[in-house]
Design a protein around this ligand. Structure first.
Ligand code: 13P
Length: 245
């Protein structure tokens, strides 16, 4: 199982350190569950220093496609690796919708992460409109295909896929576990035999009330948690749910 916390653009350095300390002291290090947190770029180093000896990994919420050079304001994958990150989120819906990231750009970011040895977490998912018109599978398959065309099937399978329906992010309306399972089956089928071990996690209004039912589904290998990952006790409860399975 995998439980990841995406802190998004929340908190100041002091808040990040406090949250990290609480997670470090509460994490039971039961190793059937991998725990990764994604603080804002500026806070990653301080957070990594606190959590790394407690077997909590850290990652970036985004990365540049470029290796280095004239790219004002960007952060390269190698820089993330250098400060202790093991993972990076690519193609989060907020990057796609608020920052104009296209499938092609997301695929390049995925490739850049693999090139330096970071594990990318590829976010896919449909909007409310696409959901209501029954296009979920089509959207998700298209988002996966774009990455597959760039890095090949082996590359796609070596990352992590996060299915995050846009209408469930930050709304308090998690998707039904059975519906998520069905989308995850579609994702798994796109990965073929090589993808049997690829982790496919769910994100969207996960909390300690709904995560056990979600994690119990066959093809749901964990969660990418937003809001609930900002409260240490709540995030630790979600980790405990995953550890029980
Ligand atoms: P919420 O858990 O706040 O809905 O956010 C999910 C998310 O976007 C994680 O990447």
């Amino acid at each position: 199982m995998l439980v990841a916390g995406n802190w998004k653009m929340n908190g100041l350095l002091n808040d990040a350190e406090h949250l990290a300390e609480k997670l470090a002291s509460g994490n039971t290090q039961n190793r059937n569950t991998e725990v990764i947190i994604f603080p804002p770029f500026l806070h990653i180093s301080a957070v990594a220093r606190i959590v790394q000896k407690f077997d909590i990994k850290t990652g970036g919420q985004n990365c540049s496609v470029a290796e280095s050079g004239a790219n004002t304001g960007e952060i390269s994958c190698e820089m993330l690796l250098d400060i202790g990150c093991s993972h990076v989120i690519v193609g989060h819906s907020e990057r796609r919708s608020l920052h104009g990231e296209t499938d092609a750009l997301v695929a390049k970011k995925y490739a850049a992460a693999l090139d330096v040895g970071l594990t990318p977490i590829l976010c896919v998912g449909e909007s409310l409109e696409q959901h209501n018109s029954g296009e979920t599978e089509e959207v998700v398959v298209r988002q996966l295909s774009s990455v597959r065309e760039t890095v090949g099937l082996g590359g796609l399978c070596s990352g992590i896929i996060a299915y995050e329906p846009l209408w469930s992010i930050g709304t308090g309306r998690a998707a039904l576990p059975s519906k998520v399972q069905s989308v995850h089956e579609t994702i798994r089928s796109c990965l073929g035999d090589e993808g049997a071990k690829t982790r496919i996690v769910y994100g969207g209004s996960l909390n300690s009330q709904n995560s056990a039912a979600m994690f119990a589904e066959k093809d749901i290998d964990g969660g990418l948690v937003g809001g609930a990952s900002l409260q240490a006790e709540e995030f630790l409860r979600i980790i405990k749910m995953a550890e029980r399975l």
